[in-house]
Design a protein around this ligand. Structure first.
Ligand code: WQD
Length: 338
C-alpha cells in the first residue's frame, strides 16, 4: 500500500510519515524543499529504520505531477501537506499563495480522479472559522470571510475538494482542520524547523529560551479572556500525525459515511499566551524574557476545538497535554542549537 505524502519533509508531514511507516505503509514523499531540508529523511530513518522513497518535485509543474502518477500507478492514497503557510507573507504575495496552494491541489486531484478508487487527506486549518461565535468550535461553525490569502486557500481548497468529490464517487476525501500544532517527536530526531524569525508562538518561545531572541513580544493583553492574552488550542504534532493515519485508514477501509468529510483536530482545551509561557517556564525551569506589546493585526481572540466528532466518528483523541508537548519542543530546540 503506497501512500504519497506531499510536503513530507515539513514539520507535520515528517511526523506523519513516521506514523505511516509505524503502521506498515510504504511511503513516497514529494517535496520541493522550499521550506524544508532533505536531512529530515535521516531523522525519519533513524526513528523507523526505513528511508521513505523521495522525489524532489515542484508540484506547480503540471507535467511533472502527471509524470509522477504515471510512474507510480500503485499510489492508493495521498496526504497533501505541500503548501505555503505564512499568513503575513500571503498578504504580501497573494498570487504566490493561490498558485502554490490551489494550482498544485487541482493537479493532484485531477490525477486521483482518474483512478478506480483514491483516498485523499487534506491539510486544512481552524483558520477557516476566523473568530468563531461560540467556543468550543464544532465542524458546523460557519466558515467566515478569510482574514488572509493563506486562510482563503484553505477555504477554497476545501470547496474544490467538496465539488470534485460530488461528481467523483471514486474519490474519497477528508479535510483535517488543525488547530495550533507544536512540539517535536519524542526521539527529538525530527521537529519544527522555522526559517528565519519564527512567526508562530512556540518556536519563538524556545528560541528566546535558548538566547537566540532577546525577548518574546506578547501580542496584546487586552483581549476579553481570563488573563487578557489570546487563547488557542495547542495540539502535539505526534497526536496530529496519528490523526492523519486514522483518517487515511477510514477511507482505505471504506468506513467513511460520505466521500467528503471534515474533522477538527485539536485537544479541546484552550490555552492563553501567558499559560503557554508558564508551561515553558515549568518544563524548562527557566524564566522567559517577554514584554506585552500591541495586538498583531489579523489575530483572533480565541479558538479551541470541539473534538466530539473526531473522538466519536473518526475514533481519534489527543493524548499529550501542553506541558508534555512543550517539553518536546524545548528538548528539540536545545538539540538543534547545540
Ligand atoms: C498564537 C498566539 C499570537 C507569536 C497561525 C495560523 C494558522 C496556523 C498556526 C498554519 C496568538 C501569539 C505569537 C509571538 C505572540 N498556521 N503570539 N507572540 O496565529 O494562532 O495561527 O499559525 O497552518 O493557520 O494562522 O498561531 O503561533 O502565530 O500565534 O504573542 O511572537 O500567540 O498573537 O495569540 P496562530 P501563532
Amino acid at each position: 500500500m503506497k501512500i504519497l505524502v506531499t510536503g513530507g519533509l515539513g514539520f507535520i508531514g515528517s511526523h506523519t510519515v513516521v506514523e505511516l511507516q509505524n503502521e506498515g505503509f510504504e511511503v513516497i514523499i514529494i517535496d520541493d524543499c522550499s521550506n524544508s531540508s532533505e536531512d529530515v529523511l535521516d531523522g525519519i530513518t533513524t526513528i523507523t529504520g526505513q528511508t521513505p522513497l523521495y522525489e524532489k518535485i515542484d508540484l506547480k509543474e503540471k507535467d511533472k505531477v502527471e509524470d509522477f502518477f504515471k510512474r507510480h500507478q500503485d499510489v492508493q492514497g495521498v496526504i497533501h501537506f505541500a503548501a505555503s503557510k505564512a499568513v503575513g507573507e500571503s498578504v504580501e504575495e497573494p498570487l504566490l499563495y493561490y498558485e502554490n496552494n490551489i494550482g498544485t491541489l487541482v493537479y493532484i486531484l485531477k490525477e486521483l480522479a482518474q483512478k478506480n478508487k483514491a483516498s485523499f487527506i487534506f491539510s486544512s486549518s481552524c483558520t477557516v472559522y476566523g473568530q468563531a461565535d461560540e467556543m468550543p468550535i464544532t465542524e458546523n461553525a460557519p466558515v467566515k470571510v478569510a482574514e488572509s490569502p493563506y486562510g482563503n486557500t484553505k477555504q477554497m481548497g476545501e470547496e474544490i475538494i467538496a465539488d470534485t468529490c460530488k461528481v467523483t464517487p471514486s474519490l474519497n476525501a477528508i479535510a483535517l482542520r488543525y488547530f495550533n500544532p507544536m512540539g517535536a517527536h519524542p526521539s527529538i530526531e525530527i521537529g519544527e524547523l522555522p526559517t528565519g524569525v519564527p512567526q508562530n508562538l512556540v518556536p519563538f518561545i524556545t528560541q528566546t529560551g535558548m538566547g537566540m531572541r532577546a525577548e518574546l513580544s506578547v501580542f496584546g493583553d487586552d483581549y476579553p479572556t481570563l488573563d487578557g492574552t489570546a487563547v488557542r488550542d495547542y495540539i502535539y504534532v505526534v497526536d496530529l500525525a496519528k490523526a492523519h493515519v486514522i483518517a487515511l485508514k477510514r477511507l482505505l477501509e471504506s468506513k467513511n459515511d460520505d466521500n467528503y468529510e471534515v474533522f477538527n483536530v485539536g485537544t479541546g482545551t484552550g490555552s492563553s499566551v501567558l499559560e503557554v509561557i508558564q508551561s515553558f517556564e515549568k518544563v524548562s525551569g527557566e524564566k522567559l524574557n517577554y514584554k506585552i506589546v500591541a495586538r498583531r493585526a489579523g489575530d483572533i481572540t480565541s479558538a479551541y476545538a470541539d473534538t466530539t466528532k473526531a473522538n466519536t466518528v473518526l475514533g481519534w483523541k489527543s493524548e499529550y497535554n501542553l506541558d508534555q508537548a512543550m517539553k518536546s519542543a524545548w528538548e528539540w530546540e536545545q538539540k538543534i542549537r547545540k
